[in-house]
Write a protein that binds this ligand. Structure first.
Ligand SMILES: [Zn+2]
Length: 321
């Protein structure tokens, strides 16, 4: 058998057939530093390199726990290819328990990819992940869930890049993940867009939310990742695919509040909503209705904000049809 070269990620160096773990410092400029917990599983046999991030949004706990479970339990002696796993990609947001934003500069990390080496802390963090984790991989997976204030249905998402081979592989890997819905469409500034623009097949995975990490959600997310790793050729064993049929959704609309106040949704996550339906009310502190947002398309409620607090410009929910 051909001897494989070691795999290097920042200061971590993994020989073939080994797992290396470490906390990797990333310089975000002006003396600011974050430390990313990273696992490199370098298989004993040649194969694809799969890079996976979790915790791009710091309070998305199901993804963080599921990725740790998978990365720490793979047996490097049996793996073909390699797994590079960033277990918590936004440590400052995790520590501060913030939704959406990195508290270092109030920026959403998943809107600034591929990032900027001389930019703000969040832009620099994105650049480091693009250069050291995403670039050079054959497949990229970004594991998310609903944020601390969001419920969602389980879904995967893929880009369409126009490169037929990259797109077909992304689609096949998302189908292997085996969640209830598959969303197809571009989202600018995201990890998966950055990967796709490098010609790397990329899948977004979303399970659970609301600041919880129940065992069944963690198991669903982890099983999806294991099936994807099997489809990418890294492992032979993976949990069975759930019996549901994955439904493909091609159009997506994020509904945002136009007023600040108290959010009273009248739909539930997973519900199918007709275009023109009033999806809830934003009220003032005394209960007076400020707005009654109306569904702009027929679709499934993919995620729903479940906090009473609502701010002008914030998402209320997303529909996909
Ligand atoms: Zn997220």
């Amino acid at each position: 058998m051909k001897h494989q070269a070691p795999l290097t990620v920042g200061p971590l160096v993994a020989g073939p057939g080994t797992r290396v773990i470490g906390v990797v410092p990333v310089d975000l400029g002006e003396g600011r530093l974050v430390e990313l917990p990273i696992v490199v599983v370098h298989g004993a046999f040649p194969g694809a390199r799969v890079a996976v991030t979790a915790g791009i949004h710091g309070a998305e706990y199901v993804s963080i726990v599921a990725l740790r479970d998978v990365a720490m339990s793979l047996d490097p002696a049996l793996v073909r290819g390699s797994l590079v796993a960033v277990l918590t990609a936004n440590p400052a947001a995790f520590a501060a328990r913030t939704i959406y934003l990195n508290p270092m500069d109030g920026t959403n990390l998943n809107r600034v990819f591929p990032g900027k080496a001389d930019g703000s802390p969040t832009q620099r963090l994105a650049r480091w992940i693009t250069d050291h984790v995403i670039a050079g991989s054959d497949v990229f997976v970004d594991m998310h869930c609903g944020d601390m204030n969001e419920a969602l249905v389980s879904f995967t998402g893929v880009e369409e890049t126009g490169d037929a081979d990259v797109d077909a592989r992304s689609r096949a890997l998302a189908e292997a993940y085996g969640l209830r819905y598959l969303l197809i469409g571009p989202a600018s500034g995201t990890t998966t867009t950055a990967a796709a623009s490098l010609g790397i097949s990329a899948v977004l995975g979303e399970v659970g939310g609301q600041g919880r990490w129940p065992a069944e959600d963690v198991a669903l997310h982890a099983a999806g990742l294991r099936r994807l790793l099997r489809a990418a050729g890294l492992v032979d064993e993976a949990p069975e695919t759930p019996r549901h049929v994955t439904e493909m959704l091609r159009s997506e609309a994020w509904m945002r509040a136009t007023s600040t106040g108290y959010w009273h949704p009248s739909v539930e996550v997973g519900m199918r909503v007709a275009k023109g339906t009033v999806v809830g009310e934003v009220r003032d502190a005394f209960g007076k209705v400020l707005e009654q947002p109306i569904a702009p398309l027929d679709g499934v409620v993919i995620f729903l904000v479940t906090s009473l607090a609502m701010n002008e410009g914030d998402p209320l929910l997303a529909l996909a049809g």
